[in-house]
Design a protein around this ligand. Structure first.
Ligand SMILES: Cc1ncc(COP(=O)(O)O)c(C=O)c1O
Length: 384
């Protein structure tokens, strides 16, 4: 989260003074207005605010009709929530390699496709866009859904189009660690009426049919889902945060360009699928050896994605050890229809190697030229 202050405080105060904190109301209608503003910003037919990015991922998969016996391809480098979202539908996550861009490797997607594959989840990690041209081509060839996990890439674009709007659906996160935030929160984006209807019902099955006219013109009958409904305070904060999004991205991009200029030649940066579209939340260095990378990280405070303990498949114990639910009968890993999928710690060797010799330094939208020069000095000293 980069910029939050008076605008958000005033917005929350307005909601509290209105005494209308539920999303369906005759007052400020913050959720309704935020979703409308998101549809305009993202140039998309449907936007649904939810309690988290994972909620949006699960709801999107349910909207796609994904379920037991299906397989969904995800990258070796993502937060465990992406994998857990697939398990929540009763389907199986199939883990594919990332390439030198640290994003899902289109070639390995092809290797992982079989008759059970129903969807691909490209994850735009650290604001870097995936190779959506290749991924969309593969999905079309094999008749697969594409769900973009844009939880870490709000504000990023691929070939001029906002990530999260290129596939059949996209998921955004507004948790505390994201570029804009309400502490927690998420959103589903889609142009598909069918995905929208099922996802809306699933995300709030106890209220969607009974409050307001949310199901007006629906062709889907209500079914039992869960409760990922968002409240007016979250939506009021997000409306203000969205006004700041593109300005934050512009400043991050400007600061990253200035930092690269101050660093001069001699650095190997991780290649990006669209240099003009990434949101620049990090500058990422690539090293020849894991040891060189480790020394660099020690001296600069950089984060090595292969060692965060959270973001690489070999850290996802509940997945690797197949613990899919508290109750054994509810555990998709134990169902016959899912018996074909297996996992091991070394199944994506290529990804592990690449992720251990890459290092992210987080950018700041509010750095001054002095801050940038100091960071450049630190980085240069680390490789002397
Ligand atoms: C890549 C990715 N996907 C999904 C999520 C889940 O988002 P949330 O924490 O809002 O559920 C995160 C959160 O950090 C994430 O980084």
């Amino acid at each position: 989260m980069f910029r939050i202050g008076k605008e958000e405080i005033d917005a929350v105060a307005r909601v509290i003074n209105s005494k209308q904190l539920f999303k369906c109301n005759d007052g400020l209608k913050e959720t309704e207005n935020c979703e409308r503003e998101m549809r305009e910003l993202f140039e998309i037919d449907h936007a649904v605010l939810m309690t988290s990015g994972k909620a949006a991922l699960v709801s999107a998969l349910i909207g796609m009709g994904i379920g037991p016996g299906d397989e969904v391809i995800i990258p070796a480098y993502t937060y465990i929530a992406t994998a857990i979202a697939v398990v929540a539908t009763g389907a199986m996550p199939v883990i594919a390699e990332v390439d030198e861009t640290l994003m899902l490797d289109p070639q390995d997607i092809e290797n992982k496709i079989n008759e059970r594959t129903k969807a691909i989840i490209p994850v735009h990690m650290m604001g870097y866009p995936c190779d959506m041209d290749s991924i969309m081509k593969i999905a079309k060839k094999h008749n697969l859904f594409v769900l973009e996990d844009a939880c870490q890439a709000n504000g990023a674009k691929f070939r001029g189009q906002r990530v999260g709007t290129i596939g059949d659906a996209g998921a955004l996160s507004f948790n505390f660690f994201k570029i804009i935030s309400a502490g927690e929160g998420g959103a589903l984006l889609t142009d598909s009426k069918e995905i929208f209807e099922k996802a809306l019902i699933y995300h709030d099955s106890s209220a969607v049919a009974y409050f307001g006219d949310q199901m007006k013109d629906f062709s889907t009958e209500p079914f039992c889902g869960t409760e990922f409904r968002v409240g007016e305070i979250t939506s009021a904060i997000l409306r203000q945060q969205f006004k700041k999004l593109d300005g934050i991205v512009a400043d991050l991009r400007k600061n990253k360009a200035l930092l690269k200029e101050a660093l001069g030649d001699g650095f190997d940066y991780t290649p990006c699928n669209d240099d003009d579209g990434e949101s620049a939340i990090a500058i990422t260095f690539r090293f020849k050896t894991i040891e060189e990378c480790r020394v660099f990280a020690e001296k600069t405070g950089a984060t090595i994605p292969g060692f965060t303990g959270k973001h690489v498949y070999n850290d996802w114990k509940p997945i690797l050890e197949k613990r899919g639910a508290a109750h054994p009968l509810m555990d998709p890993f134990k169902w016959d229809c899912n018996k074909n999928v297996s996992y091991s710690e070394d199944m994506c060797q290529k990804s592990l190697e690449i992720l251990k010799r890459s290092a992210h330094i987080f950018m700041d939208a509010d750095w001054t030229q002095d801050d940038i020069d100091a960071m450049a000095e630190k980085i240069k000293n680390a490789v002397k």
